[in-house]
Design a binder for this molecule. Structure first.
Ligand code: ADP
Ligand code: MG
Length: 606
């Protein structure tokens, strides 16, 4: 008889559990803040050094622990938050698994100092790699101080996966910001290497959001108030004007717990469908409250996921609450006097038409053709943004000049030699070459030309940049600011001049010349969201091609656009000086030839 199986020692099982709970310094901070909130703290401060790698320290003014409890809290499955089976179905605290402290203590040099207000002194426990080294009395203010040094010192595999200090700082500040939104009644500070990243006084949700998503963004937020029998949905959502290129500003909380839940996210995005472009995301802070027995938080050790007992009820309640706000379009503060003068149309219908027109114009930032003047409600009401009425619409931007600026006297080639028949559907250029019909996709062609020009400029040492008359500030997440800061020199090479402006704001003072007229800030957001996923400058170089094609795509007019003959000629000329042998940035064909023989076959003339 052989014995192969042994029960693992607790130091090892804790390390295994740590693998799930402690992914990076930000996850330690999340667990520690959860504990502080569960302990009734009203003041929480987070200090980190070297991105949390050297040290993380969380101090709270919560109810603290007795010496016995402090010792117990470091044992696996030790918790004050649930006691019996049935408690699992009614979780009202953020923690309940009794895993965080022993896990964190098993992969770091850890100390816990804690004092209950009724006792004159506190207890300090020193733990190293999961082993208690010292327990002593200490003088301290009531509350708890947990310090985590040299995280993963005994887990080299994890250490290797740690990102740069700035990246970790970004994640940490984002974590604190997210949690702070759930509890505006609690004060938070976050300091990194002595520099204050966040100082949030106790206040209300709207002010707290202003501090977290930025004051300017906050002006585009509108309150949500949805209630039905079992689900309450409150919070704020953004007008379609305020979009981000990722889900980073979608803050959703179930019974006070920040979650990234597919059902919740889907409901939010479903509401914004048709109001914002694909690939764009709103800024949202939504609090979904439902009876604790209707939601299971015991799905994953990090508790970032939940399961709903009645998924569709929750989904529909969120969607209804968000849609109600979007439908009333509160961002269209049309002066009432103007509305009433619109003879014949009832106020409601009129408002809906304005809303529809304005929303459509907001949906299509890349189609300046449809942009009316929002200051003039009459113009908005008559601007029906769909194709058949296209010609009635106020055109507020000059017709696009694709590429004319570097024209020289070089002779044209094949494309210049074509005789232009005209434009089809405002999207394709039709030309004739002998007995062939040449169809050119005007967007793909101009994008390709722009891409080539950008790559040439890039190879020649830098993309032509243009200073903005008025530098613009962009509000981002902390992680995106960290990425922006890290890639400042690289971004300068592709024409962007950025500068951190404190907190979650960066200042943009120059952009690639080719896009200076084309909502460059939207593009910056996209690029920074991309960069946040990259680690290094080497990765930046690997991604350069896709960044250039992003800029190229942004620099040209998308969708249908009527061109003057002169513009078609310019485009054909520029196409002659573009290397179409190289693959098109999106791999789509630029032109297509239909021969006379093919046409004759269609018409059965052969
Ligand atoms: P859980 O939060 O799931 O109960 P933890 O390992 O995070 O498990 O914490 C274990 C216990 O330690 C908690 O249940 C709580 O009683 C106590 N505790 C942890 N942190 C604090 C704190 N900051 N203040 C007071 N008590 C704390
Ligand atoms: Mg906990």
């Amino acid at each position: 008889m052989s014995q192969r199986i042994t029960i693992l020692p607790e130091t090892l099982t804790n390390k295994i559990a740590a693998g799930e709970v402690v992914e990076r310094p930000a996850s330690v901070i999340k667990e520690l803040i959860e504990n502080s909130l569960d302990a009734g703290a009203t003041d929480i401060s987070v200090e980190i050094n070297a991105g949390g790698r050297r040290k993380i320290c969380v101090t709270d003014n919560g109810h603290g622990m007795s010496r016995e409890d402090a010792l117990l809290s470091l044992e696996r499955h030790a918790t004050s938050k649930i006691k019996v089976d049935s408690d699992l179905a009614r979780i009202l605290t953020l923690g309940f698994r009794g895993e965080a402290l022993p896990s964190i203590a098993s992969v770091s040099r850890f100390s816990l100092a804690t004092r209950e207000a009724a006792f004159p002194e506190g207890t300090e426990i020193i733990v190293e790699g999961g082993r208690v080294r010292d327990v002593r009395a200490c003088g301290m203010a009531p509350g708890t101080v947990i310090s985590v040094e040299q995280i993963f010192f005994n887990l080299p595999a994890r250490l290797k996966f740690m990102k740069s200090a700035e990246t970790e700082v970004g994640h940490i500040a984002d974590t604190v910001a997210r949690m702070s939104v759930s509890r505006p009644d609690v004060a938070f500070t976050c300091t990194s290497d002595g520099r204050e990243l966040l100082r949030l006084q106790r206040s209300d949700l709207q002010r707290r959001l202003g501090q977290v998503v930025g004051r300017e963004s906050c002006q585009h937020l509108y309150p949500v108030n949805g209630r039905d029998d079992c689900v309450t949905v409150t919070g704020f959502i953004s007008s379609p004007e305020l979009v981000r290129s990722g889900t980073q500003a979608i803050y959703t909380y179930i019974n006070g717990r920040f979650v990234r839940d597919k059902v919740v996210q889907h409901a939010v995005m479903q509401s914004y469908r048709g109001v914002i472009d694909r690939g764009r995301y709103p800024v949202v802070a939504l609090f979904i409250e439902l009876p604790p027995e209707d939601v299971d938080v015991n799905v994953h050790p990090t508790k970032h996921e939940v399961r709903f007992r009645r998924q569709s009820v929750v989904h529909d309640a969120i969607q209804a609450a968000v849609e109600e706000v979007l439908r009333s379009s509160p961002w269209l503060a049309v002066p009432t006097a103007t509305v009433h003068t619109s003879g014949g149309t009832t106020g409601q219908v009129y408002r809906e038409r304005i809303a529809a027109a304005a929303q459509a114009s907001l949906v299509l930032p890349s189609r300046p053709l449809y942009r009316s003047h929002p200051a003039d409600p009459t113009a908005l009401a008559s601007a029906t943004p769909f194709e058949p009425q296209e010609r009635n619409i106020t055109v507020s931007e000059p017709a696009p000049s694709f590429l004319s600026e570097h024209r020289d006297s070089e002779p044209g080639g094949y494309f210049s030699s074509l005789s232009i028949i005209g434009q089809f559907h405002s999207e394709y250029i039709l030309c004739q070459s002998g007995s062939e019909l040449v169809v050119i996709d005007q967007h793909a062609a101009s994008e390709r030309v722009a891409y080539q020009r950008l790559s040439q400029q890039c190879q020649a040492g830098g993309i032509e940049s243009q200073r903005l008359l008025f530098p613009e500030t962009v509000e981002l997440s902390f992680s995106e600011v960290a990425a922006a800061t890290r890639f400042i020199p690289d971004l300068a090479g592709i024409g962007f001049e950025l500068e951190p402006f404190g907190g979650t704001t960066i200042m943009v003072s120059a952009v690639p010349r080719m896009i200076a007229q084309k909502e460059p800030i939207l593009l910056i957001r996209d690029i920074l969201a991309d960069l946040e996923r990259f680690g290094t400058s080497a990765a930046f170089n690997d991604a350069l091609e896709s960044l250039l094609s992003r800029i190229a795509c942004h620099s040209v007019i998308r969708g249908a656009h009527q061109l003057e003959k002169r513009q078609i000629e310019e485009l054909l000329y520029d196409m002659d000086h573009t290397d179409f042998a190289a693959s098109c940035p999106h791999g789509r064909p630029v032109s297509h030839v239909v021969t006379l023989a093919e046409l004759q076959k269609i018409f059965k003339r052969t």
